[in-house]
Ligand binder design. Structure first.
Ligand code: DLL
Length: 435
């Protein structure tokens, strides 16, 4: 299903011509209206008029989160304050929040792009969509909300929290779609089982999950436990919010980036140089149509790949792979680069292991130590003795050692003993700088 077949199936040559026209217009707007960009263009020795092909993008300056922070709160806005109709902000773990502003047209485009996402996931006007992304300054709740309305479906604006009530209302209202983080979907399944509500027996058909990294194995698990199709959605507040890219139900293989609005690149995070198609690196996004806070070559810090091969769904827009890590949360353990998702991928392959884990890194006598705590399933907990558990831990340690070449301590913990989250799960605790 496609929400806007003309745009989503635009032949690549036409798509690229549209991107160039929009990029040229963007550069003019930024140069004229945002002091940071005027200075950055001048420092690079380029003028907006120098952009004659999409290849010229590589000559243009990057934007980083710190630029948004140093202009806090509104320094990067490109339009007069009275044309801004909405603010959102991302809290971030360190430093000031990043504030983003939307014009009326931005809010309209966002709703349209989110409608494209829901439609690509197989949802339509007849659906009831239970939206459990948080409402507020976080973009998840309101972003999805407007998308559902734009699609003409019915939105149930739950937000996060009150998990028992969430499951009861899913049953009572007969939601056919759900939107939340993948970890919260797993949690709702657990809460449902405690309440005697098996989500598999409800009319729920489709989940649109994102805002945090997850794996193919976790998709399998969610699909089986909830009896639904689970699709991946990507976005970030600086660039818009949810709805930058979405997996299609037909292929379930990579998220189409809506390239008429966003121009993606993959760069080497260390050098900033663009990498050839298919290589893994940091995703950089240029917003082609945003008015409130348009961004040129925004460094997302998300590590992924771009796939330009045609998709069976017929969309011509490039597909991005799962986020395998972040260039800024990459852990360096005794010199080895480790992404938490690599550990997750190993854990979830094992039987008897629940997809709930934590990674703690500490420093003992100047050496990095990593402990992975992972929950076992109820079944395994009931049946197995200590000796078997120890054997299991050793096996997981070996699997991690074989794959990543680092020695870690694996500790199996009781079912449901690790912290659950209603929003993004925090899985990594780096304590090396504490003490
Ligand atoms: O998380 C927007 C969003 C809301 C996306 C709801 C999808 C659904 P931020 O809070 O600014 O915005 O966080 C953005 O979250 O740079 C990624 O690191 C991560 N992220 C978002 N979607 C995915 C995903 C929202 N599908 C940051 N897979 C991004 C992996 C994701 N990571």
């Amino acid at each position: 299903m496609m929400f806007d077949i003309d745009k989503e199936m635009l032949p690549r040559d036409e798509l690229e011509a549209l991107q160039l026209k929009r990029l040229q217009n963007l550069c003019e707007r930024l140069y004229a209206n945002v002091p940071y960009y005027r200075q950055a263009f001048d420092e690079c020795g380029v003028k907006p008029g120098d952009v004659r092909s999409l290849k010229d993008l590589a000559r243009l300056p990057f934007t980083e989160k710190q630029h948004l922070r140093s202009g806090y709160p509104f320094g990067m806005f490109a339009v007069p304050r009275e044309t801004i109709v909405r603010l959102h902000a991302s809290s971030g773990t360190t430093g000031r929040a990043t504030v983003v502003g939307y014009t009326k047209r931005d809010v309209h485009n966002w709703g349209e792009l989110m409608a494209r996402c829901l439609c690509a996931a197989g949802l339509g006007p007849a659906d009831f969509i239970h939206n459990a992304y948080g409402y507020g300054l976080f973009t998840g709740g309101l972003g999805v909300h407007y998308g559902v309305e734009h699609l003409g479906a019915t939105v149930i604006p739950m937000s996060g929290g009150s998990s028992k009530r969430q499951v009861q209302l899913m049953r009572d209202f007969g939601a056919t779609g759900i939107t939340c983080t993948p970890s919260y979907a797993m949690y709702l399944h657990e809460v449902g089982m405690d309440e005697g509500i098996d989500i598999r027996d409800l009319p729920l058909r489709v989940g649109v999950f994102g805002a945090e990294p997850w794996t193919e194995e976790m998709r399998q698990e969610i699909e089986t436990k909830l009896g639904i199709d689970a699709l991946n959605i990507y976005g970030l507040s600086e660039v818009m919010g949810p709805g930058v890219a979405q997996e299609c139900l037909e292929a379930k293989c990579g998220m189409h980036i809506f390239e008429d609005h966003f121009l993606p690149e993959i760069i080497d995070p260390a050098t900033g140089r663009p990498l050839p198609p298919g290589e893994t690196g940091e995703l950089v996004i240029t917003t082609l149509t945003k008015e409130g806070i348009p961004l040129l070559r925004y460094r997302t810090r998300d590590i992924t790949t771009l796939d330009y091969t045609p998709c069976i769904c017929g969309r011509t827009h490039v597909r991005m792979g799962r986020i395998i890590g972040r260039s800024d949360d990459m852990l360096i353990i005794r010199g080895v680069n480790v992404y938490p998702q690599q550990i997750e991928a190993i854990l979830v392959q094992e039987e008897g292991i629940a997809p709930h884990y934590e990674i703690e890194v500490s420093r003992l006598e100047n050496l990095d130590h990593m402990e992975v705590r992972v929950e076992i399933t109820e079944g395994m907990f009931a049946s197995d003795e200590v000796r078997v558990m120890l054997e299991y831990e050793r096996r997981l340690q070996k699997a991690i050692k074989d794959f990543l070449n680092i020695t870690v301590k694996v500790r199996l913990v009781q079912p449901r003993s690790l912290q659950r989250s209603e929003g993004k799960a925090q899985r990594v605790f780096d304590r090396r700088n504490e003490s």
